[in-house]
Ligand binder design. Structure first.
Ligand SMILES: Nc1ncnc2c1ncn2[C@@H]1O[C@H](COP(=O)(O)OP(=O)(O)OP(=O)(O)O)[C@@H](O)[C@H]1O
Ligand SMILES: [Mg+2]
Length: 292
C-alpha cells in the first residue's frame, strides 16, 4: 500500500491542518471517459463515463466481484485500463498518487504488526524506508495531528499487534491522511467494525470532508451509516459503472437490482433516509397495500 509514499515524502512538511483541498478549483476530482478494465482477459466493467466533483463524498457500491476494488486501483494507476481514460486530480491515473490517501480493503494483513502506532502512521509520509532517515519535527507534528484526528494519539506507542481491529483501522486511516491528501479512498472501511466504531469512523470521515475539504471515495456495502454525508454514489451494475448524485441513487428499484435482493428506502420523520432489506412481498400483498 506504500506505492505513493515516495512521492509523498517530498511534501512531508505539509501539515494536516493546512490548506488541504480548500482553495482548489471546482474541476472534477475524478473523471472517467468510456473506461473499461480487464483482469485475466475478462472484462470486469466497461463504458464508465462520469465525473465526480471535488469535495464530494462518494460511495462505490456493487455486489462481490463487480470491480469496486479494481475501480480504486485504476484510479491509482495500479491496474491499467483496456479502453478509455481516467483522470484524477487533473492528472492521468497514477500521476497524482502523492495527493491521494488510500486505505486498502486488506489493510490489516498488509500492516507489519510489530511496529508502533506512531511508526505506522509515519510510514504514510516516508514510505517503507522508515528508520533510515531522521524524522523531522514537522513530520512528527503531522503524525500527531493525524493520530489525534482518528482518536489514537493516546495509543501512539503501542504495537499494532496490541490493538483491536477497530483501532488498527484508525491507524490505517491516520496513515492515509497524514500526507494531507486531496483525495482519500477507503475500501470497505466499515467492514468488521462494531456499530460504535462504524459511527466513529464515519464521524472522522465527515470531519475530513467538511473541515479540510477532502474529497472522499468509499467502498461500502451498507449505505445507511454513510447517508448523512454522501453526495453521490458509483454503482456497479450489469458490468457498467454509473454515477449518480444522492437522491437519484436511493431509488429502491435500482438498489434492489444492485444488491440482487429486495430493499426499500425509508424516510424517517426527521428526514433521515435508511435502506433496509425488505422481505419480498407477494404480488397480491403489494396490490393490497397499494389499494389500501
Ligand atoms: N489480482 C487480480 N488478478 C486477476 N483478477 C483479479 C484480481 N483481483 C481481482 N480480480 C478479478 O476482478 C474482478 C473484480 O474484483 P474486485 O476485487 O475489484 O471486486 P470487488 O467489487 O472489490 O469485490 P468485493 O466486494 O468482494 O471486494 C473479479 O472477477 C476478480 O476475480
Ligand atoms: Mg473489493
Amino acid at each position: 500500500m506504500h506505492h505513493n509514499h515516495a512521492e509523498r515524502a517530498s511534501s512531508a512538511a505539509a501539515s494536516l491542518a493546512a490548506t488541504s483541498a480548500i482553495g482548489q478549483s471546482d474541476e472534477p476530482c475524478i473523471e472517467f471517459v468510456d473506461a473499461a478494465v480487464q483482469r485475466n482477459g475478462r472484462t470486469v466493467w466497461s463504458q464508465g463515463s462520469f465525473s465526480i466533483p471535488s469535495r464530494s463524498v462518494t460511495a462505490i457500491v456493487g455486489t462481490n466481484g463487480t470491480g469496486k476494488t479494481t475501480m480504486l486501483k485504476t484510479e491509482l494507476g495500479l491496474v491499467p485500463l483496456s479502453h478509455g481514460k481516467v483522470h484524477v486530480l487533473g492528472c492521468r491515473a497514477g500521476q497524482a498518487n502523492g495527493r491521494i490517501g488510500y486505505v486498502p480493503q486488506s489493510y490489516s494483513s498488509e500492516m507489519d504488526s510489530s511496529i508502533t502506532v506512531a511508526q505506522s502512521v509515519l510510514l504514510g509520509l516516508t514510505g517503507t524506508s522508515f528508520g533510515i532517515h531522521m524524522t523531522s519535527r514537522s513530520q512528527m507534528h503531522a503524525c500527531c495531528e493525524a493520530m489525534e484526528f482518528t482518536g489514537i494519539l493516546d495509543r501512539s506507542q503501542m504495537r499494532l499487534s496490541e490493538l483491536s481491529g477497530g483501532q488498527r483501522q484508525r491507524v490505517a486511516i491516520a496513515q492515509a491522511l497524514v500526507g494531507d491528501p486531496s483525495l482519500l479512498m477507503l475500501d470497505e472501511p466499515l467492514a468488521n467494525l462494531d456499530l460504535a466504531s462504524q459511527k466513529a469512523t464515519v464521524q472522522v470521515l465527515s470531519r475530513l470532508n467538511s473541515e479540510l475539504g477532502m474529497t472522499i471515495q468509499i467502498v461500502a456495502h451498507d449505505l445507511n451509516m454513510l447517508l448523512p454525508m454522501l453526495t453521490g454514489a458509483v454503482y456497479l451494475l450489469d458490468g457498467h459503472p454509473h454515477y449518480a448524485a444522492m437522491g437519484d441513487v436511493l431509488d429502491a428499484e435500482l438498489l434492489t437490482h444492485l444488491y440482487g435482493t429486495n430493499v426499500q428506502v425509508v424516510t424517517t420523520p426527521q428526514g433521515d433516509m435508511f435502506v433496509t432489506p425488505h422481505a419480498k412481498m407477494k404480488t397480491d400483498e403489494v396490490a393490497k397495500e397499494s389499494s389500501a
